[in-house]
Design a protein around this ligand. Structure first.
Ligand code: TXA
Ligand code: MG
Length: 387
């Protein structure tokens, strides 16, 4: 998979910022946080330390192929409570339990696994969370009191090595402060979590960049509660008639997964999303240029474009006598992997650059494009212009 190749200015503010909302700025952040690069080989010492911290009830951030996770011993209620405190997360939103190996699963689940054996063997380890009926071993703090539990076996080699070192299921949400975009590299984690926990394992940038597909296996047919890299098309051979939760579409009824009701993935800037069905994207380019030229403070308007749009937009703005725009490229429109990979870190870059407004190009909501658009629609709080 390609790595982030975003263009444009890349000023980086180090250090922790205090975002608004949910009182997260009031959380104590006065601890010493180690940020340690971890390799697939030769990092046994730090992985052992991470495992020991988890068993002591501490928090450790670890990489996965989707986004970074904020981990704690999933069988220790006090440790799980500390996750909610560190993130400023509402306690009615359940956590995913992460496992390293299949033999950890039966003790956590109170449901016949046979019908899902092939699904798990083929798509785990990977970017997929499965929701099962829970066993009594799991504390209420993990499930938010519900009778189901989400379980995931990530494929990131360092994430898995960490989970093995922990020797127990690790409860972990994305390692962002509540309400901010999920972190997809250790620098973004550090920005949110410095001072709140003892250790961040740096495994480099996450390949996928958006969170796992959440699939509810307690209903028939199975339902996708949160779309991700594994689309309904990929799941269909294993789960006949699997469908997206109808509550997920734009402007639809309340989604079923508790986390989907919160305003998530949001940059601080006000974002508007432009989706052009035609390959030329001419209409959307024209609209973005018009909005940019009309802006009262164009120096605080950031543009999230595809590679194909960068020149046409720059030239149109210049021809109209406008100032040089701040542009981040999310790669070619035909490269959904790159778009997903760079999305959350690009949103953070606009914030760090002090942008008040983001005008962003989206894609038609098909296949993996629908999963990416699910995150973009949230970031745009529903401000979507389709042409
Ligand atoms: O890729 C991911 O899934 C990342 C990495 C770290 O594994 N984790 C992640 O966790 O995104 P979090 O807590 O940020 O999002 C978990 C989502 C939330 O929307 C939550 O409501 C939903 O999964 N969820 C968790 N347990 C559930 C359950 N038992 N039933 C329904 N939804 C559940
Ligand atoms: Mg999250």
């Amino acid at each position: 998979m390609t790595k982030a190749g975003a263009m444009g200015p890349s000023r980086v503010d180090a250090g922790s910022q205090a975002p608004e909302g949910l009182g997260v700025s009031q959380i104590k952040a006065d601890r010493k946080t180690d940020l340690i690069p971890v390799r697939a080989q030769g990092s046994e010492e730090v992985l052992n330390r991470a495992g020991a911290l988890i068993r002591q009830g501490e928090l450790v951030v670890f990489p996965t192929e989707t986004v970074y996770g904020l981990g704690a011993d999933g069988l220790n209620p006090e440790a799980v409570r500390a996750i909610f405190r560190a993130k400023g997360r509402p306690s009615d939103n359940p956590l995913i339990l992460h496992i390293a190996d299949f033999d950890q699963l039966p003790a956590l689940v109170n449901q016949d696994l046979a019908p899902f054996q092939k699904l798990m063997e083929d798509l785990w380890p990977g970017p997929m969370t499965l929701v099962f009926r829970r066993s009594s071993l799991i504390p209420d703090q993990v499930t938010a009191g519900g009778d189901t539990v989400g379980i995931r076996m990530p494929s990131h080699p360092i994430g898995r090595a960490f989970l093995r070192a922990a020797q127990r299921p690790v409860a972990a949400p994305s390692a962002n402060l509540s309400g901010r975009p999920s972190p997809t590299n250790a620098r973004d984690v550090y920005q949110d979590m410095a001072g709140r926990l003892p250790l961040i394992l740096d495994g480099g940038p996450c390949d996928i960049g958006i969170e796992s597909t959440v699939v509810d296996l307690t209903v028939e047919p199975a339902q996708v509660l949160r779309p991700g890299f594994y689309t309904p098309e990929i799941l269909a051979p294993y789960l006949p008639r699997v469908a997206l939760d109808p509550g997920l579409g734009p402007g639809q009824v309340l989604p079923k997964s508790p986390g989907q009701k919160y305003k998530h993935y949001a940059p601080r800037a006000e974002m508007t999303l432009f989706v052009d069905k035609s390959d030329s994207m001419e209409k959307a380019v024209r609209d973005i240029v018009t909005r940019y030229l009309e802006a009262e403070s164009p120096d605080r308007v950031g543009l999230l474009l595809f590679e194909e749009n960068v020149r046409p937009v720059r030239e149109a703005v210049k021809a109209a006598g406008g100032p040089e725009p701040y542009i981040i490229s999310q790669g070619s429109r035909s490269d959904l992997s790159e778009m997903g990979h760079s999305l959350f870190t690009n949103l953070r870059r606009f914030d760090m650059a002090g942008m008040a407004v983001i005008l962003a190009m989206g894609v038609p909501p098909l296949g993996y494009g629908e999963s990416i658009m699910n995150r973009m629609r949230k970031a745009a709080a529903g401000r979507v212009i389709e042409e």
